[in-house]
Design a protein around this ligand. Sequence first.
Ligand code: PRP
Ligand code: URA
Length: 208
Amino acid sequence: MAVHVIDHPLIQHKLSIIRDVNTGAKEFRELLEEVSMLMAYEFTRNFPLEEVEVETPVATANCKVVSGKKVAIIPILRAGLGMVGGILKLIPTAKVGHIGVYRDPETLQPIEYYCKLPPDLSERELILLDPMLATGGSAVAGIQFLKQRGATQIRMVNLIAAPEGIENVQAKHPDVDIYVAAVDDRLNSHGYIIPGLGDAGDRLFGTK
Ligand code: PRP
Ligand code: URA
């Protein structure tokens, strides 16, 4: 399926501040939430609509409302948590599931430590959230967990992706559309995205 690079000027402007090493945790958190909200505006663009009639104070109007599957958003812990609030602002009725995965710093392999998901996954449009798509190991594992539990329709939303991560996800899960604000140059030898923004979880939560 497709990779959608969402290059809206406001997203690009805010992403530049997010990347800056001098941006502290408070501003990083606020901007990640804002960018996630703006990305939700774009990744919902092809959501199906249905016709409804609405009684205005003066007449009947032929209107449209969003139809189709209900939405669940699934942040990959920890850093994906920083995207939840912004998306809920636009899709306030979405259910929220959580997948805990961390990347072993030596092997770069994803380790699952938590999983709590809505029960009706097969009936929902799932939005998997993680600011960083580096090797793609965490994303591939997260998508696999969702599919094992019945998911059939998954979109992945990342702030920054490395070409290597996109290739990995597309090879293992070609049915998953990827929405990203920027595709960076490459990974370094520690699996960090270059130029990237550093460690998203640490910057979001002020840890190190
Ligand atoms: C980061 C990031 C992704 C993962 C990306 O999480 O938030 O989940 O790395 O790397 P990958 O594509 O190579 O798997 P990390 O493992 O540092 O955990 P954290 O969010 O708890 O800090
Ligand atoms: N995880 C991050 O938080 N940043 C990277 O650059 C790569 C993985």
